[in-house]
Design a protein around this ligand. Structure first.
Ligand code: NAD
Length: 543
């Protein structure tokens, strides 16, 4: 057994490839897209490393061509979910005791394979199954997921090295144990990287988990599970159980050894699971750690001194990339009346030029929303705005579900900053704008801060520095990630720690030490080298 203190490889952000015509990465991706579009994958449940097939099946389809079935997956029920929790607990001791350098190596290897031979496979599955363009898949399933793996290993290393002070004759030690139970990970559809990170971050520090992927991201998430197994993740450490959300709540939340809940998704689901945890609180062996990154109503707020061209670019990219389905996507904007005519003109021109279509055509800017339910939600907002005397459809306002769930990029100007599309999360390519009088800056900042319950991301645009200072102060609690003269999307692991507060989550910042520490239970050891035999204290001596 080695007794050296090893140095961890330094983490770095995986460089984003360009996919220029003729580049090797583009050729490899096209080949893989053709291949994945030509096969139908049979996706099992994976418990303790074993595959389970059930009669209850779900389908993975292309949102931009919903009759095309990419895969069928088995859906776990009560029996499989209970088995998964037991399998996690059975794998726990050996995993927690694996030497750190070996545990870490599994995830560092996975990062390198993702960035190398598995890159095209992961990106193609994300493109076809979640309707992402090549670039949107690249920054998600290749780069961000590799970044999560590399940085989380480095953050764990930093935490492990934090040690208490010592005094004469005493050595104090802190060790950081995994939680005394298993982690329940429930992930959303919109980022393959988040799906991967939710069970993996706790696993890096020695936890075991039951992982429920989103039903609309099962294909890419399954390939990630296979990658971890290929890299030597021991059986039972992560158990992959596509299932109904309600079954997860019923059979896993109530388990006495559920020690942590790692969630990303909507505010409503997080709140409902939190309530269930509350109902079971007396039955748990520990108080479960609850970590949730949830909804958003992200904004761009422009000052009259804003530079219009980058402002328009930020509005278009921030609102419409990946069909507005990033949790950080801009979905409301506050524009001063003095620059509104130029901003409006820019939005109309740039939005009309965006190609909406199939992700396999590389000139596509945006594709389809994730499913029929999302299509109906977006359509409802557009139809109501079109019929409302309070709203003007500035751009888009059309949709088409004959082949895929396409919502065209839509800009709505609203007379009221409290109109429904200005305050509710829609999660589609719909940007609502309130035009304020330049003289009403202070009041409008207050409305931006308080009109919606969320606080995830926000951006301000201004050239005037005093204005930036004022806006930053006024909007301090309106978001967890604040941008100055930049769009409100695109946070990078290690550079802009990501997460929001209020109804947007517990703000534990995915991909940071703040998040990793939630999966650890510190244990303090004091050793006295020369133990005292005294009972009485000096002050007790009689004069
Ligand atoms: P969702 O809440 O519909 O689903 C998330 C997961 O919860 C899925 O796996 C789903 O099957 C599961 N689920 C549903 N009902 C459940 C129940 N009763 N019990 C247990 N699990 C249940 O979210 P989504 O549509 O997949 O993702 C979009 C949402 O995620 C948006 O609200 C978005 O803002 C949010 N999001 C937030 C962040 C962030 O960092 N704050 C990041 C990505 C997505």
């Amino acid at each position: 057994m080695s007794n050296a203190n090893f140095s961890m490889p330094k983490p770095y952000n995986e460089p984003v490839k360009s996919y220029l015509p003729g580049s090797p990465e583009r050729e490899a991706l096209k080949k893989e897209l053709d291949y994945q579009a030509s096969i139908k994958v049979d996706i099992p449940i994976i418990i303790a490393g074993k595959e389970y097939h059930t009669a209850n099946k779900g389908k993975c389809v292309m949102p931009h061509d919903f009759n095309h079935v990419l895969a069928e997956y088995s859906i776990a029920g009560e029996e499989e979910l209970k088995l998964a929790a037991d399998a996690a607990m059975a794998a726990k001791e050996e995993w927690a005791n694996m030497l750190w350098e070996h545990r870490a190596s599994i995830f560092l290897k996975a990062a390198d394979l993702l960035a190398g031979p598995w890159r095209a496979k992961m990106n193609a599955a994300t493109m076809l199954g979640q309707s992402k363009t090549a670039f949107q898949a690249e920054i998600d399933s290749a780069c961000e997921l590799a970044d999560f793996l590399r940085y989380n290993v480095a953050f764990a290393e930093q935490i492990y090295s934090q040690q208490p002070e010592n005094s004469h004759g005493v050595w104090n030690r802190s060790e950081y144990r995994p939680l005394d139970g298993f982690v329940m990970a429930i992930s959303p559809f919109n980022f393959t990287s988040i799906g991967g990170n939710l069970p993996t971050a706790p696993a890096i520090v020695g936890n075991v988990s039951v992982w429920k992927p989103s039903r609309t991201a099962v294909l890419s998430n399954y390939y990630y599970m296979k990658l971890l197994m290929w890299c030597g993740l021991p059986a039972g450490v992560i158990n992959f159980v596509p299932c109904a959300g309600s079954d997860m709540s019923r059979y896993v939340v109530s388990h006495p050894k559920m020690a942590g809940f790692h969630f990303t998704g909507s505010t409503a689901v997080f709140q409902s699971v939190w309530k269930q945890v509350g109902e079971h609180i007396a039955g748990y062996a520990n108080y479960p750690r609850l970590v949730g990154e949830t909804g958003g109503k992200d904004y761009i707020f422009a000052h009259p001194s804003a530079d219009v061209e980058p402002l328009v670019a930020a509005l278009v990219r921030g609102s419409f990339e990946f069909q507005g389905q990033k949790c950080s996507a801009c979905s409301r904007a506050f524009i001063p009346a003095s620059i509104w005519p130029q901003v409006k003109q820019g939005l109309m021109e740039k939005t009309a030029a965006l190609k909406v279509g199939d992700v396999q055509e590389f000139d596509t800017f945006m594709a389809a929303v994730i499913d029929q339910a999302s299509f109906q939600t977006c359509k409802g907002y557009i139809d109501r705005a079109a019929a409302s005397p309070e709203c003007e459809i500035v751009a888009g306002g059309t949709y088409d579900d004959s082949k895929g769930w396409f919502i065209h990029p839509t800009v709505i100007r609203c007379d009221s900053p409290y109109y429904e599309s200005m305050v509710r999360e829609i999660f589609g390519p719909i940007l609502s704008i309130y035009v304020y009088e330049d003289s009403q800056l202070d009041e409008t900042l207050r409305i931006c801060d308080t009109a919606s319950p969320y606080a995830l991301t926000g951006a301000v645009f201004a050239q005037d520095r005093q204005a930036i200072v004022k806006m930053e102060r006024a909007l301090r609690n309106s978001c967890g990630n604040f941008y100055i003269n930049d769009k409100c999307t695109g946070a990078i692991v290690g550079q802009q720690p990501f997460g929001g507060a209020r109804a947007s989550g517990t703000n534990d910042k995915a991909g940071t030490g703040l998040n990793m520490i939630r999966w650890l239970s510190a244990h303090t050891v004091k050793e006295s080298f020369s133990p005292s035999s005294a009972i009485n204290y000096p002050y007790m001596a009689q004069p």
